[in-house]
Design a protein around this ligand. Structure first.
Ligand code: 13P
Ligand code: SF4
Length: 311
């Protein structure tokens, strides 16, 4: 119906040049999308890449909040996505009016929001964080201030443990990271006693308790490159294994499965909506586009800039 060319990779490459477009992709994208991207990264690295690009068009292969962040940082560039419906369970779990109600109950509290949230939530937050800098962001808030942490209660609980700061946690979770099975983790550890468990902080605390290393996607990738361990049990979305195989080709990489034997629950159903076909169509039609009310954009920019200023 849409005249998809046979040589999809060639067609994407041609259009990318014609449009002066940059293709940004998150580590959770399918392998073929990662391979054709100009830049692959975690959410902080992607936000920084979006901030510094000189391209006229940003094709963002990730989920909606990531592309929205690129637009907040780049009002004058065209930001397109392969699939506008690629959302995030964390962003969906935290509508701005409900977060506002929580703020009203705790007047004076500082709101730290994980970047996995809508522009409307960013706009009523004091500062944004990602999984790479959440601890640093929380530590930057004066000890006398109350903190509301939204929308990921697992990341919030982890940061609270690391920093010793009590926080009011919004009850959101990631549908991928809450699914990991402790029973399977124990089984895998008994089969691979020398393996290191590496986990994203969106996992529940009882999974994190087994981890030799906890970090953002890029930090986990870096750990597989520099650690001496012969094997890694990977407790995050399995898309990251594509780059891990490249940086640690001699290591055994074991994706931790979810609790349901019959589902690929360690794949994010939102991230995996993006395809090469949809990338081609987005570059051809410059649609779907991220558009935003300018007032909202300016309000959402302030807490993002505070995060960027923290380094
Ligand atoms: P990163 O900050 O590690 O990219 O995590 C983003 C995300 O959505 C994890 O589920
Ligand atoms: Fe959201 Fe989880 Fe998917 Fe990341 S993996 S985009 S947090 S649903």
């Amino acid at each position: 119906m849409n005249d998809i060319p046979h040589d999809l990779l060639g067609a994407i490459d041609r259009l990318r040049k014609e449009r002066n477009a940059v293709i940004l992709a998150h580590y959770y994208q399918d392998d073929d999308i990662q391979d054709i991207a100009d830049f692959i990264g975690d959410s902080l690295q992607l936000a920084k890449a979006a901030q510094t690009t000189q391209a006229d068009v940003i094709l963002f292969c990730g989920v909606h909040f990531m592309a929205e962040t690129a637009k907040i940082l780049n009002p004058d560039r065209v930001v397109i996505v392969p699939d506008l419906t690629a959302g995030c369970s964390l962003a969906d779990a935290c509508p701005a009016p409900l977060l506002q109600r929580m703020k009203d109950k705790h007047p004076g509290a500082r709101v730290v929001s994980y970047i996995n949230c809508s522009a409307a939530v960013k706009a009523i937050s004091d500062v944004i964080c990602t999984s790479s800098n959440a601890e640093r962001v929380v530590r930057s808030i004066p000890a006398s201030d109350e903190i509301i942490f939204a929308p990921d209660k697992n990341l919030g609980a982890y940061v609270s443990k690391q920093t010793g700061r009590a926080m009011h946690l919004w009850p959101g979770t990631c549908i991928v990271h809450e699914t990991f099975s402790e029973r399977k983790l124990i089984e895998l550890l008994s089969k691979h006693p020398l393996a290191h468990v590496i986990a994203h902080p969106e996992c529940e605390l009882h999974i994190l308790a087994y981890a030799h290393f906890i970090g953002s996607t890029s930090a986990l990738l870096d750990y597989t490159r520099r650690s001496d361990a012969p094997a890694f049990i990977v407790a995050t979305e399995s898309g990251i294994l594509h780059q891990m195989k490249k940086v640690a080709p001699t290591k055994t990489l074991i994706p931790l499965p979810g609790m349901d034997e019959n589902c690929a629950c360690n794949e994010c159903p939102h991230m995996r909506k993006n395809t090469l076909e949809k990338m081609y169509l987005a570059l051809r039609d410059l649609q779907p586009r991220i558009e935003m009310d300018e007032g909202l954009r300016q309000r959402a920019l302030v807490p993002l800039q505070r995060m960027m200023a923290l380094g």
